[in-house]
Design a protein around this ligand. Structure first.
Ligand code: BMA
Length: 321
């Protein structure tokens, strides 16, 4: 049996698998947990990142405001389900105005490495690329240079250094919102300069035929990194965003050990199928409780609201076969 390598999280938001459920993952019965109008200015609150923080929870939230500017906001929660989200977007600290010049910011991820919370998001800078910042308290955020050149999306850090370097997955693409995209791996000695770019995996077929992108921070197990990732199918009615899982080698994470043929979760609940962008399930964060093997995944639903779903390390390993 695979074991999660990580902390215990006794207050992990959790619901048992419903009786009769034949899936490897199940939705929270109270979904969506964050409504589109969670704060006065929000049009929608969806692809968002959540981490354990000081015995409770903190997060960086994607809120599109009512001018439809895509932006990121911080928030806190006692239970990981009910959230107090700041009414104003995150203001970044930086010595250099060029770095913090704001076009748009979306799809944040938060990753704790060696006591510091690293924040990455899709940052508008002459096209989308990977914005980079860090915080200790989710109040003051220090922005650094973008990790990569545009065009790039879905920058997802690993929660520990790999072979002595920071490590990140990302999804480079061309100058448009193109119908392709593969996941790559990069390393950095300092979280500023990134290199050693390795290909991890490409789109394939079915639910992941059009493009793929890393989702939550990878989950370390004694058998490899569990990567939850989204995949896109182009239907005659537009894109459909589902998510699946892969297992990456622990010390060479660009090597894929296992990968799902089927999706883990596809948009089927009404709040995943109906919203500003129909048929989107887009995971950006996962919480784990190492002793029990429980995994709680936060995901954006129809680019409108935020949902929560549950699985375990045993379920994911059974799913991967
Ligand atoms: C992707 C990103 C996501 C969004 C998805 C579906 O390219 O923009 O933020 O959830 O499209 O619209």
């Amino acid at each position: 049996m695979a074991r999660i390598i990580g902390e215990e999280l006794p207050n992990l938001p959790w619901q048992e698998k419903p009786k009769g459920c034949i899936d490897y993952i199940w939705r929270f019965s109270e979904n969506p947990i964050i409504p589109r109008n969670a704060i006065p200015c929000s049009n929608s609150v969806f692809n968002s990142a959540i981490v354990p923080f000081e015995g409770k929870f903190a997060g960086v939230f994607r809120c599109d405001d009512r001018s439809r500017l895509m932006n990121i906001y911080s928030g806190f929660s006692d239970d990981g389900i009910h959230w107090n989200i700041s009414h104003d977007p995150i203001i970044m600290a930086s010595g250099d105005p060029e770095i913090i010049r704001l076009e748009y910011r979306y799809d944040p991820r938060v990753c704790l490495v060696d006591g510091k919370y690293y924040v990455n998001w899709c940052n508008g800078y002459h096209g989308p690329t990977i914005g980079a910042a860090w915080t200790y308290d989710f109040k003051t955020f220090h922005q650094l240079e973008n990790a990569f050149l545009p065009y790039n999306r879905n920058g997802v850090m690993f929660p520990r250094k790999i072979n002595g370097s920071f490590a990140m997955l990302s999804r480079p693409s061309d100058t448009g919102h193109t119908a392709f995209g593969d996941i790559f791996y990069s390393e950095s000695p300092d979280y500023v300069y990134w290199g050693k770019h390795r290909h991890v995996m490409s789109r394939t077929d079915g639910w992941q035929a059009t493009k793929i992108g890393a989702g939550p921070i990878p989950i370390e197990t004694d058998e490899g990194w569990i990567l939850i990732y989204h995949g896109v199918l182009t239907s005659c009615n537009g894109y459909v965003y589902s998510f699946g899982a892969a297992l990456l080698d622990l010390e060479k994470p660009w090597q894929v050990l296992k990968r799902s043929k089927n999706y883990l979760l596809s948009p089927q609940a009404i709040y995943e199928c109906v919203g500003d962008v129909p048929n989107v399930a887009f995971p950006c964060a996962a919480l784990t409780d190492a002793p029990s093997g429980r995994i709680s995944i936060y995901y954006g639903c129809a680019d409108t609201v935020t949902g929560l779903c549950f699985t375990t390390v045993d379920e994911i390993m059974a799913f991967l076969g």
